[in-house]
Design a protein. Structure first.
Ligand code: MN3
Length: 224
């Protein structure tokens, strides 16, 4: 009986330890759904190779360091400097892409909530000024990285950018806040269709922003 219980316990522990901590959510639309603004091949490679790669490498790195049961992503981000650069890059990569898929939509008719629109007008003067500011930040990010609309700790909206797969939730990020919209400006996000013309990708992406999701994330961030 004791042996059986021990075997059962060992089995439970081994199942627990072999469970991958993080996984990709299904893409909420087809690979070709964002055409012509983002092409199907880019979406497929981006989701099944790049994002999937970040998740696999993150789980592997956590397992190697015995940290696979460290908790959720916020635990990693709030203690960022304690983790290796492999965990940093791949945890960021997983979180950032999960947000990116969510804030895009094939439905080109969605609008921001009245509350979010008001906040954008207060903090950036107008929707156009906001878009220009974000595009400028995204175009100006040298090399690979992200441009964000964040809710700051003071509950203001701000446009910032971060290098590589960093984001404003990381405890050692020079810009801090809750991202509610993130634009991937790595070349893998646009190069097949737009080649070197990052600015064209940045113009096109405004057609497919899921303002419903961004508005919901804004409400959630304001409650924090
Ligand atoms: Mn990417």
């Amino acid at each position: 009986m004791k042996t059986a219980l021990l075997t059962f316990t060992v089995l439970l522990i081994s199942i627990n330890f072999s469970t991958a901590q993080f996984s990709q959510e299904p893409l909420p639309y087809a690979f070709n759904a964002l055409e012509p603004f983002i092409d199907a091949q880019t979406m497929e490679i981006h989701y099944t190779k790049h994002h999937a790669g970040y998740v696999a490498k993150l789980n592997e790195a956590l397992k190697e360091t015995g940290m696979e049961n460290c908790g959720d992503m916020s635990v990693i981000f709030s203690n960022m400097s304690k983790y290796s650069s492999v965990i940093r890059n791949n945890a960021g990569g997983h979180f950032n892409h999960t947000l990116y898929w969510k804030i895009l939509t094939p439905d080109t008719s969605v609008k921001p909530s009245a509350k979010l629109l008001k906040a954008i007008e207060v903090d950036f003067k107008s929707m156009d000024e906001f878009k220009n500011k974000l595009n400028k930040e995204a175009a100006g990010r040298f090399g690979s990285g992200w441009a964000w609309l964040i809710v700051t700790p003071e509950n203001k909206l701000a446009v910032v950018s971060t290098p590589n797969q960093d984001n404003p939730l990381m405890s050692d990020s020079p810009v801090k806040g809750t991202p509610i919209l993130g634009i991937d400006v790595w070349e893998h996000a646009y190069y097949l269709k737009y080649k070197n013309k990052r600015a064209d990708y940045l113009q096109a992406i405004w057609n497919i922003i899921n303002w419903e999701t961004v508005s919901k994330l804004y409400d959630e961030a304001m409650l924090k």
